[in-house]
Design a protein around this ligand. Structure first.
Ligand SMILES: Cc1cc2cn([C@H]3C[C@H](O)[C@@H](CO)O3)c(=O)nc2[nH]1
Length: 223
């Protein structure tokens, strides 16, 4: 239990669509000292009966603003959720929302510059007023062609029209952020895992992060 109400050791799990984030989080389900917060996709698929994810993929220019506004609200809710454990693992963050998805939608013209300006003001306000920070980012690094095949196999209905070019552009934005470190506002150390590995081999990769995350959890509890 995180009885001293200290801030938990916070980990963001980041990566492209289909990079295995949910699978990675499930690997930690068995540790009672870790709170897992998976991406609230089901909320994006059903907000009072509206499937915003599907609307966004079907008519991006019309629905990207609405979708990304709601994504940001649900991510902020996750960032703010009180955590009863010394460690908190979150799937994605307001950072990947801004630096990867919103950035791409602005660069590709899916978001009108005025819409982008509003989303960027919300992001800046939240960063200045609420101080959302990570102690560690786990980056599930993948090759676009590998995750593209997984997306096809996973067959989440809304994603079937996603072209490889979109995956490649999202990959580049993740690399700019997490490998080239282009955004100083998010200084957390990054642990890069090779997420191209298939399920049978990737457990070794997860064990690498397990040690680093759990050791930090002990530090948080002991100090
Ligand atoms: C923070 C954030 C997550 C996220 C996911 N998505 C999409 C990518 C996947 O198809 C689906 C689930 O991750 O939602 C998005 O368009 N914008 C996002 N922003």
């Amino acid at each position: 239990m995180n009885t001293m109400n200290t801030k938990p050791f916070t980990v963001f799990v980041e990566g492209n669509i289909g990079s295995g984030k949910t699978t990675f989080l499930e690997h930690f389900r068995r540790f009672e000292d870790i709170t897992l917060l998976t991406e609230p996709v089901e909320e994006w698929r059903n907000l009072k009966g509206w499937n915003l994810l599907d609307l966004m993929y079907k008519e991006p220019s019309k629905w990207a603003m609405t979708f990304q506004s709601y994504v940001s609200l649900t991510m902020l809710d996750m960032h703010r959720k009180p955590t009863p454990t010394p460690v908190k693992l979150m799937e994605r963050s307001l950072y990947s929302a801004r630096y990867c998805f919103v950035e791409h939608m602005m660069r590709s013209g899916t978001l009108h510059p005025a819409e982008f300006a509003v989303l960027d003001e919300w992001f800046r306000f939240i960063m200045n007023q609420i101080h959302i920070d990570a102690d560690l980012i786990v980056y599930l690094k993948t090759t676009p062609s590998v995750v593209y095949e997984r997306i096809k196999k996973r067959a989440r209905s809304e994603e079937q029209c996603v072209p490889l070019s979109y995956i490649e552009e999202l990959h580049k934005l993740h690399e700019d952020w997490l490998i080239n470190r282009e955004h100083a506002e998010c200084p957390a150390p990054v642990l890069v895992l090779d997420a191209d590995l298939d399920l049978s081999q990737i457990t070794e990769e997860y064990k690498k992060s397990e040690h680093q995350i759990l050791r930090k959890a002990v530090d948080v509890v002991m100090n």
